[in-house]
Every structure is written in C-alpha cells, then in structure tokens.
Design a protein around this ligand. Structure first.
Ligand code: UT7
Length: 347
C-alpha cells in the first residue's frame, strides 16, 4: 500500500526534474474541472435492437440508461484535449502555465508515444512534461496521486490530471455481459502547488492511497496487446468476482483515507466513487454510512467510462454547485489488476 504523504522528499537533484531544496511540502489545490462527452448517445433501447438485452435488465442490474460513443476518427486525445480546455477555463489558468500533464487511459491513441504528449501539443504547451498512467478504472486516482506527489515536491507547479477513454473500441459488441456496461468520455482537473500553510483547514489534496493485487489479473482484462496478440483485444470480465470485491475494497480504501487524516466518514461532505454500477455505488454508501445525497452518481447517463468516471463526476458536481471550497471530498476507484485506491481532498 502506498500513502502519498508519509515520506519527506528525497534528493533528486541529478534528475532533469529537480526537487526544490525545501523540506516544507507544498499542497496541490484543485482549481477547476472540465469534461467532454462525445455527441453520439447510445441508449439501452437502441442496444436492445442489436443484441439480446433489454432496457429493463440493464437499468435494474446496473443503473445505466445510456452511454456516449466517440465518432469515427475521434480519439482519446481529442476527448482529453476538449476536457482539458474546459478545465483550464473553469480554473482560470492559461495553457502555457501548465508544466505537468498526467493522463490516465487504457485506450491510448497508439501503443506509443504517450497520448498525453499529443494532448500537450494540441493545447500548444511547450514546457514541462507529459506522460500516461495505466491503472484502468483506477487510473484517475493513480494519476492524481502521481501529480500530487510531484507538485508537493516542487517538481512542477501547475498540473493537468486527465482521465480519458474510448472503451467502445475495446468492447466485444457481441458480448452482452460487457458491451452494455461501458462508454466513452473524458474529464480533467487542474492542480496548482500552493505554499505550505500552518492552517489545519488549508485546501488541497490531503492524501492518496494506492493498492494493487495481481492475483486478480484474469478477473478483468483485455484479451490482446502488443506483446501477446499484436491486436488491441476486447474486454473480458468475471463480473460477479469484480462486483464482490469492488464494494469491500473501495469502501476500505475510503476508510483508510479518513483514518489517515484523523477524520471519520461523517466528515466527508461528498463521496465521488468510480461509476461502474449503481448497485456497487449504493453498496459503498451503505457500508460507509454515507447518505445518498452526499454521493455523486453519473452512471445512468454515461455508463462506465473507466479512468474518466471520477473527473466527469467531479465536473458534474462542480457545474451543479454541489461542491464548495473547503468541502471534504473522498474519491475511490477499483479496476483491472486489480488496482484500486482513494484520495481525500479539502476542495
Ligand atoms: O470498473 C470495474 C469494471 N466492472 C465492474 O465494476 C462490473 C462489476 N460487475 C457487475 O456490475 C455485474 O456483475 C454485472 C452488471 C456485470 C452483471 O450483473 P449480475 O447481477 O452479476 O448478473 P449475472 O452476471 O449473474 O447475470 C445474470 C443473468 C445471466 O443469465 P442466467 O445465466 O441467469 O440465465 C446472464 O446471462 O443475466 C444475463 N445477462 C444479461 N441479460 C440481459 C448478462 N448480461 C445481460 C444483458 N442483458 N446485457
């Protein structure tokens, strides 16, 4: 298990990303969020004309009503750049202030280079670094953790943390047990390193907590890849096993985060869980004792967009004015690997 705020910075002065010579850790403050969903909407009813499923089954078992599907030729980088432009506008930050881009995706434009470098170019950013993180549905929490640690250590000042996916391209549209569950989309968050303050109510990311257990590799995977088949492959999932683990592992990751900060679950103003299935989301709320009005739910309109669900949900909460400066916001996610994690933020 990795906690983000346990260790003092190490001397990294040989690196081209030098750590500033201060042992006063900075804090990463969220300045704004943005989202992008492709125009095309695919409803359950339309899906039921193509495969043996029904609107009733999908709604009842998952809460999903529709999903967005990227247009032909619309790539992960297009979605990511659109979400990033909106996040920068919401944050009041110019693209040329960004010196770090961490993009979480399992559906990169190409095997390499990192899709984030294309986003960097699309935004006209010439400085700083851009790289991708791959932790499937937990990708955004992983990317947030990496960016937060770099900002805290002074390796960058302003970060774009993005979750962007075109899962429609890795779905087996003949497999009704998976193809009804996923959609395409992107969300982005702008983080800024702020000087440390002797204020226990200072805003910023309080901690992040990452976990993985490769014993579950075969429970949720893609049956292709450059080293195995040379093809992109399709999602294969033992849905029942994922479901069984998801509530427990995401709930305990949130419990770890609040305990780590000397808080209790009742201190959480807003819980933003990964959006895969309303039954999993409700299960986490019940297990933690967080009432429904404190849980952000977007799965009905977007389905599971993997690494994009959390920044999409954060943007919905921002735009609906459900999230306010100073709120305690808890994030949690679980996906293939298994890889899971949580983050606690004073917004
Ligand atoms: O981000 C992390 C990734 N994924 C997840 O978090 C997903 C976790 N798992 C789940 O959400 C649920 O396990 C599913 C939604 C995937 C499945 O729900 P379930 O209640 O576990 O259903 P099931 O797999 O037990 O299937 C029940 C029945 C089966 O028929 P029989 O064998 O009982 O006759 C399936 O063949 O439902 C059938 N079924 C469907 N029927 C209509 C499976 N998919 C469909 C479908 N439409 N799309």
């Amino acid at each position: 298990m990795l906690h983000s705020n346990d260790n003092p910075p190490t001397d990294n002065s040989d690196s081209n990303l030098s750590v500033k010579d201060s042992f006063e850790l900075q804090r990463s403050v969220v300045l704004g969020c943005g989202a992008y969903l492709p125009e095309r909407v695919l409803t359950n009813t339309e899906l039921s004309t193509r495969i043996d499923t029904s609107d009733e089954w999908i709604r009842k078992r998952t809460g999903i009503e529709q999903r967005h599907i990227a247009a032909d030729g619309e790539l992960t980088s297009d979605l990511a750049a659109a979400a990033s432009r909106r996040a920068l506008a919401a944050a009041g930050v110019a693209a040329d202030e960004v010196d770090l881009i961490v993009l979480a995706t399992s559906t990169p434009d190409n095997t390499f280079p990192a899709t984030s470098t294309r986003v960097q170019a699309m935004l006209g950013i010439k400085q700083g670094v851009a790289f991708d993180v791959q932790a499937v549905c937990s990708g955004f929490v992983y990317a947030l953790s990496v960016a937060d640690n770099m900002l805290r250590l002074g390796q960058a000042r302003t970060a774009l943390v993005i979750g962007a996916e075109v899962f429609s391209r890795i779905l087996d549209w003949k497999d009704r047990s998976t193809c009804v569950l996923f959609g395409d989309g992107a969300g982005a968050v702008v983080l800024r390193a702020m000087a440390p303050q002797n204020d226990s109510n200072a805003r910023g990311i309080l901690s992040t907590h990452l976990f993985s257990d490769g014993a579950y590799y075969d429970s949720l995977y893609v049956d292709g890849g450059p080293a195995s088949t040379g093809t992109a492959g399709f999602i294969r999932m033992d849905g029942k096993e994922v479901f069984r683990q998801a509530v427990n592992l995401m709930s305990s990751a949130v419990e770890t985060a609040v305990a780590h900060n000397g808080m209790s679950v009742s201190d959480i103003d807003l819980l933003v869980p990964h959006q895969a299935n309303i039954r999993i989301i409700d299960g986490i709320g019940r297990r933690l004792g967080v009432a429904g009005e404190r849980v952000v739910v977007t799965v009905q309109g977007q389905a599971n967009t993997s690494a994009a669900t959390i920044p999409l949900a954060l943007t919905a909460a921002q735009d609906d004015k459900r999230i306010h400066p100073g709120d305690i916001v808890a994030l949690c996610a679980l996906g293939g690997g298994f890889a899971w994690g949580s983050a606690l933020i004073r917004w």
